[in-house]
Design a protein around this ligand. Structure first.
Ligand code: 26A
Length: 347
């Protein structure tokens, strides 16, 4: 008999269908996109999705950052370990997402919106960069009521670790805080991801509201620098930024905070707060992957988070969890979009 999980990990964020195609400088320019960025779509971006499908041989793939992370964690953990919550529309794209998550073994509990279609993310690949342009639609309609419904709240109570994408700060802060409070009250683990530079830049207040609850914060180097800028930390040094975040006031003082900052192929930084205000810094090298083996980097950060969180759920030492993140990111980079290889490989 194979061991089964008990939905220890609960993830919340924005379920999206990725519409991913290979583009060029001209396509980026046409829609005013940066080569490596993640933004919310405005009116001027609405033609991008059809453009990708018609002219760039775009593929439809499951996306949504934390949904990618949920599938990644479940890739490693025993069956029935991971549940995921978000909002989709009553349409074909939504059913596609549901099917892909079911195949990945993730239990999804979507809220279905009556009016909005399932959200989509236009992904423009140029070389090793990816530009993400998201039309949230139904994903923007997640409601606290859904989380608080008896059936879903049971899953919340059952979970031991919560993972929330920072992208959800644009959607439903009360739901994030409800999970954060549950974690703090019952000494569970609350993990957040900074998700994109625009989150600390333009959603600073809701981000800061969640900060006291972060047991673990994950981000990359550009997000860390954006955080430092919006919080006037006067440094671009990733270690200094990680230290500053690690020592922010904390709600649950039984758990010291850890901050993990990835830096592409440069070493991953971990800042671990110690009692008395000290911070320990660790560095973990990335196992580089040969250029010709790279498919695309869409979802690499989500995969890192998936592997890392799986390690955390299994109670592995920090170094091992980081290595599991790097391992899964390396696998995902070799696949099309935020996907993981089949047959399943073991860490
Ligand atoms: C609110 N925004 C902008 C978003 C996203 C997002 N997921 C949630 N909310 N913008 C892009 N993504 C997802 O990020 C993954 C790559 O890291 C994309 O769907 C893509 O799968």
């Amino acid at each position: 008999m194979t061991a089964k999980g008990n939905f220890e990990l609960l993830c919340l964020e924005n379920p999206l269908l990725d519409i991913q195609g290979v583009g060029d400088e001209k396509l980026l320019e046409k829609y005013g996109l940066k080569a490596n960025d993640a933004i919310l779509a405005e009116e001027k971006h609405m033609g991008l999705y059809e453009d990708l499908i018609q002219n760039h041989d775009a593929k439809l793939i499951a996306g949504g950052a934390a949904q990618n992370t949920a599938r990644g964690a479940q890739y490693i953990l025993p069956p029935e370990s991971v549940a995921y919550i978000g909002c989709i529309g009553k349409d074909k794209y939504g059913e596609t997402l549901k099917d892909i998550c079911a195949k990945a073994g993730v239990r999804v509990e979507y809220r279905y919106d009556d009016e909005q279609p399932t959200g989509r993310c236009g992904v423009v690949i140029t070389g090793h960069n990816r530009s993400l342009c998201t039309d949230l639609a139904a994903a923007n309609c997640y409601k606290l009521d859904h989380l608080k419904s008896p059936e879903i709240w049971k899953l919340v109570e059952q979970a031991k670790v919560f993972y929330v994408g920072g992208f959800h700060l644009t959607v439903c802060v009360p739901a994030i805080l409800a999970l954060a409070e549950e974690a703090a009250a019952k000494d569970k683990l609350f993990i957040m991801n900074l998700s994109a530079p625009f989150i600390p830049q333009f959603f600073k207040d809701p981000l800061d509201e969640t900060a006291p609850y972060w047991d673990i914060l994950i981000g990359n180097e550009t997000e860390a620098v954006a955080y430092a800028e919006s919080h006037n930390l006067n440094t671009k040094d990733v270690k200094e930024i990680a230290k500053a975040i690690a020592t922010l006031p904390k709600k649950n003082n039984k758990k010291p905070r850890t901050v993990i900052i990835t830096q592409g192929t440069d070493p991953t930084i971990a800042a671990i707060a110690k009692e008395g205000g000290d911070v320990e810094i660790k560095e973990a090298p990335v196992h580089a992957i040969q250029n010709e083996n790279i498919n695309d980097t869409n979802g690499a950060g989500d995969a890192f988070a998936g592997g890392f969180v799986a390690g955390v759920v299994q109670g592995k030492p920090l170094e091992t969890s980081i290595d599991m993140g790097q391992w899964l990111a390396r696998l995902s980079i070799q696949e099309l979009g935020p996907s993981y290889p089949f047959p399943v490989q073991t860490y």
